[in-house]
Design a protein around this ligand. Structure first.
Ligand SMILES: CC(=O)SCCNC(=O)CCNC(=O)[C@H](O)C(C)(C)COP(=O)(O)OP(=O)(O)OC[C@H]1O[C@@H](n2cnc3c(N)ncnc32)[C@H](O)[C@@H]1OP(=O)(O)O
Length: 713
């Protein structure tokens, strides 16, 4: 009986290839490594090549069966490659990111296969899983349209499904008539008609002095390839010299460089590739040089290219956009590195005018309507969007904890919950869904309006000593609070309110329910870590204090992480207040060194504090300082002559009142940036878009105000 599974699989593959679509194979066995080898052998026969991804201990047994063998951790090496078949040998954790990335590389007619333990033992969520992800995945397999699913040892075929129709390939570039002076040979190098048309439009835009181009599309639409074609045009037309290229990882620009290389070859332009660590890091010619830099290192050029802009983060993008005369950017709208229309709109707004936005629709490697792509998108909810909001006001509004095992069986509700969570954040990936469903230390809460989720919290239990619990907040709190490791708490990993229902108290309502739950569990604190200082107002309004600000920007986003916490028990009070008071001092005293990189707005926002953080001032003014201060107040000296005095007055004011809350917003920014961060007046004036004279007057006003308070005190 067992012998028939391979024979059935071969037949299935023949039929699948005839349809032109791609399929998914799941083969269970007590030895996933053996099953993986078997699959690799069959795929080698059928397709002539097979890429295997297997953990180290399994690789020896597979070496002779696979054309290429990589570690499952090497997602970066997958990006930009193209394969007929991929076998993933996954005895334990099946990371959705890996499955999505592997499938992305497979051509029409090909397969992605999983060699996994027997169905009863299969735990794709890994050792500590609560089993909800496994349940979800098995449910979802039932919905796949091109699936071969069997147990090799038992000789059982669970399911065999094939698309009924034959695929029709997307139209090619042949015969397209360009409007721009783009070379015919370059147009014909386009993978689809869609790409050729976009290339033509972009060339026209750049020829007419367009400043920026933004290419959008789902994964696998040839965005990076299109950037490569445009780059080849720019090089061949002598329109560029040195061009910095950035994207989240070197792996993610391999497709770009491959197409650039191919296109320059076609155009007969002399060029060479520059390799680094097994990756192409640049393509250069006699008068041009396209060079990859990581997002944290890239400096803007006369022309800058940014791939996967969503994953580079809006902060960095803004910096690059403000300093590059011309930009070419692309991003995934739905996919596994950053997602969401909200984000696309945000990026669009950052790019300078005149700007051209082009969308790519047709997949490059496989036919439109491919069942494997459909399955992956639906399973990992890569097109997740917030649900339609219920009519408002609702009849009922209830905060609940969601039962994740039940959610695994309720696709519609899970999609609504996930849709709300992902639309609010710009870095989402398939792994997030598995984490939310399965991580043992996570809890999921929602606010239901007439039964429809309108606000969602994903939270994680954290403490200093448990193996299962994460330790992000405890580690941060422990930098200042000696007893932080004794305390237990809950970190709000994400909170999001339906985009059409924000600022109506829903976020606060759900947060107070989460707080109630945390109190009933006897937890000491509730906390959160995030990158956007603009939501600090929300946390403060709900009684949270800043307990940590990262001096270094995050490599991934360019933002400085901010941690906030609220105490729930007496131990919590001790830990949170100790950390918050210490943080306030550190922010003040190291403002000009550690925290100089923060924008004035962000720095002033974290300094806002609250009266509970009030503490002893530093020192009194000397007689000489008082004398200088008098001269300035009488108008006989410039404010800059008493910056030291102003520093002391401001620091003492903040320490004794627990934060910088006086004055209007712009005054606070200028005070923080000039006096505490030591930025120059001209940088501040430029950054805040105020005339330098106004900035000086505001500083003088601050001095008058503080010295009056000082005299009164
Ligand atoms: C760990 C993390 O996830 S941090 C990231 C938080 N999430 C996001 O930024 C996603 C997008 N935003 C949202 O989903 C929501 O707006 C949330 C979760 C930030 C806030 O929920 P909401 O229901 O909109 O806020 P709510 O109405 O309860 O706000 C109460 C008060 O907080 C303050 N506040 C709320 N949102 C903000 C904000 N974005 N910026 C500054 N202050 C805010 C205001 O003072 C507000 O009172 P007001 O409206 O009377 O002025």
């Amino acid at each position: 009986m067992a012998a028939s599974i391979p024979a059935m699989l071969r037949n299935w593959l023949d039929e699948l290839r005839a349809t032109g679509y791609r399929g998914l194979v799941v083969l269970h066995s007590v030895s996933p490594v053996y099953a993986g080898g078997l699959l690799a052998r069959i795929f080698s026969d059928v397709y002539g090549d097979v890429l295997c991804l297997a953990p180290r201990e399994a690789r020896e047994g597979l070496r002779s069966e696979c054309s290429r063998l990589e570690s499952p951790g090497a997602i970066d090496r997958l990006l930009g490659t193209e394969n007929s078949s991929v076998v993933l040998v996954v005895p334990q954790l099946l990371r959705p990111n890996l499955l999505a990335a592997a499938a992305e590389t497979v051509r029409g007619g090909g397969v992605v296969a999983l060699a996994v333990p027997p169905l009863g033992e299969w735990q794709p969520g890994g050792r500590d899983s609560i089993g909800a992800y496994r349940r979800y995945l098995v449910n979802r397999l039932g919905a796949a349209r091109a699936l071969f699913w069997a147990d090799y040892d038992a000789g059982i075929l669970y399911r065999q499904a094939l698309p009924r129709e034959r695929a029709s390939p997307p139209p090619g570039p042949e015969g397209y008539r360009p409007r721009s002076p783009v070379h015919r040979r370059l147009l014909e190098a386009a993978a689809t008609l869609d790409q050729a048309r976009a290339l033509d439009e972009i060339v026209l835009h750049l020829r007419r002095r367009g400043r920026s181009v933004f290419v959008t599309g789902d994964r696998g639409r040839g965005k990076s390839g299109l950037l490569g074609l445009v780059a080849a045009y720019l090089a061949a037309s002598h329109m560029v010299g040195f061009v910095p290229v950035t994207a989240p990882s070197p792996g993610s620009v391999q497709g770009f460089f491959r197409v650039l290389d191919m296109a320059l070859e076609r155009l007969g332009v002399r060029h060479w590739a520059i390799e680094r660590g097994g990756f192409v890091a640049g393509v250069a010619g006699p008068w041009f040089h396209f060079r990859y830099h990581t997002p944290d290192r890239v400096e803007p050029g006369a022309f800058t290219i940014i791939d996967e802009a969503a994953a580079v983060g809006p902060m960095r993008l803004r910096r690059l956009a403000s300093r590059s005369p011309r930009l070419l950017a692309a991003t995934t709208i739905h996919g596994y590195e950053g997602s969401g229309r909200v984000l696309a709109k945000m990026i669009e707004a950052i790019l300078p005018e005149p700007r051209l936005v082009v969308g790519l629709e047709h997949p490059v490697r496989y036919p439109p309507g491919d069942p494997l792509e459909e399955w992956l998108y639906e399973t990992f909810m890569l097109r997740a969007e917030a649900p339609r909001p219920p009519s408002w006001p609702p009849e009922s509004l209830d905060a609940v904890e969601l039962d994740r095992l039940r959610l695994a069986d309720d696709y519609a509700t899970l999609a609504q919950v996930y849709g709300i969570l992902v639309q609010a954040h710009y870095r989402n990936e398939p792994d997030d869904l598995a984490l939310i469903l399965d991580a043992p230390h996570h809890r999921l809460y929602a606010l239901l309006a007439d039964g429809t989720p309108v606000a969602v919290v994903d939270a994680s239990l954290e403490s200093g000593d448990t193996a299962y619990e994460a330790r992000i907040m405890p580690d941060l709190l422990a930098q200042a609070s000696p007893r932080a490791m004794e305390a237990r708490g809950m970190r709000v990993v994400r909170i999001a309110v339906h985009p059409e229902l924000q600022r109506r108290g829903l976020g606060s309502k759900l947060l107070s329910y989460v707080e109630e739950q945390a109190r009933s569990m006897g937890l000491d604190w509730l906390g959160a870590v995030f990158g956007q200082p603009d939501v600090l107002g929300f946390w403060r309004r709900n009684g949270f204090h800043v307990v940590y600000v990262s001096p270094l920007p995050s490599k991934a986003t360019g933002e400085h992480n901010i941690a906030v916490a609220k105490p729930l028990t007496s131990l919590g009070y001790e830990v949170v207040y100790t950390a918050a008071r210490d943080m306030l001092r550190k922010l003040l005293l190291a403002g000009h060194s550690l925290y100089r990189g923060l924008t004035a707005e962000a720095y002033a926002a974290v300094l806002e504090g609250s009266p509970e953080l009030a503490q002893q001032p530093l020192a009194v003014l000397t007689e000489e300082q008082k004398h200088r201060l008098r001269l300035v107040l009488e108008g006989r000296l410039d404010v800059e002559a008493v910056l030291d005095v102003l520093w002391l007055l401001l620091v003492n004011h903040i320490l004794s009142s627990g934060g910088l809350r006086i004055l209007e917003e712009k005054d606070r920014w200028i005070a923080a940036a000039r006096v505490l961060q030591g930025k120059t007046m001209s940088d501040i004036a430029a950054g805040l878009r105020v005339p330098i004279q106004e900035a000086r007057e505001r500083l003088r006003h601050l001095l008058e105000r503080l010295s009056k308070d000082h005299a009164a005190g």
